[in-house]
Design a protein around this ligand. Structure first.
Ligand code: CMP
Length: 154
């Protein structure tokens, strides 16, 4: 079934100049990019985003890392998008991630693991809603019209 998922290209991967390669891998895996922006997460945003991990030993490190530089937030669409993106991302710990996965290729350690991939359709919707307005998610005429549309492509 066609699903939407949510992803973050984390600050270490943005700083390393890996955004293009990560987007290429997502597109090659059949994802359509229907929302995309560069954001600098505030401490408050990162704390809320990772609230489920509050109190865990890695929480402060994670929040500090996620606010250390720009990230790219993405809404992606595909058949089985949630499971598919988690497969492409690989295991949370890059050292344990399968060869060819994004975390294996671009992750440095379990905190600086290059990408986030939502774990359910419901969480994807909730997480995307933290960064995108409805109008910023573009689906309707994603495929370019055969003839230029007079009222634009979106
Ligand atoms: P992410 O997919 O963004 O979701 C939660 C994040 O918490 C995860 O990626 C890791 O970056 C981080 N995380 C999860 N478990 C650990 C851990 N044991 N030590 C450090 N960071 C962790």
């Amino acid at each position: 079934m066609t699903e939407r998922t949510f992803s973050i290209i984390k600050p270490n991967a943005v700083a390393a100049g890996a955004v293009g390669q990560i987007l290429d891998a997502m597109l090659a895996d059949g994802f359509r990019i229907i929302g995309l922006k560069l954001v600098c997460m505030s401490r408050n945003e990162a704390e809320k985003f990772y609230a489920v991990h509050r109190g865990k030993p890695f929480y402060d490190r994670l929040v500090t890392f996620m606010t250390s530089g720009p990230s790219v937030v993405l809404v992606l669409e595909r058949e089985d998008a949630v499971a598919g993106l988690r497969r492409l991302a690989g295991a949370t710990d890059p050292a344990k991630a399968a060869e060819g996965t994004l975390r294996r290729r671009f992750g440095e350690n379990v905190t600086r693991n290059a990408v986030h991939a939502s774990d359910s359709v419901e969480n994807a919707r909730e997480e995307a809603g933290r960064f995108f307005d409805e109008r910023e998610i573009v689906v309707a005429r994603y495929a370019p019209p055969a003839v230029e549309a007079e009222d634009g492509a979106c």
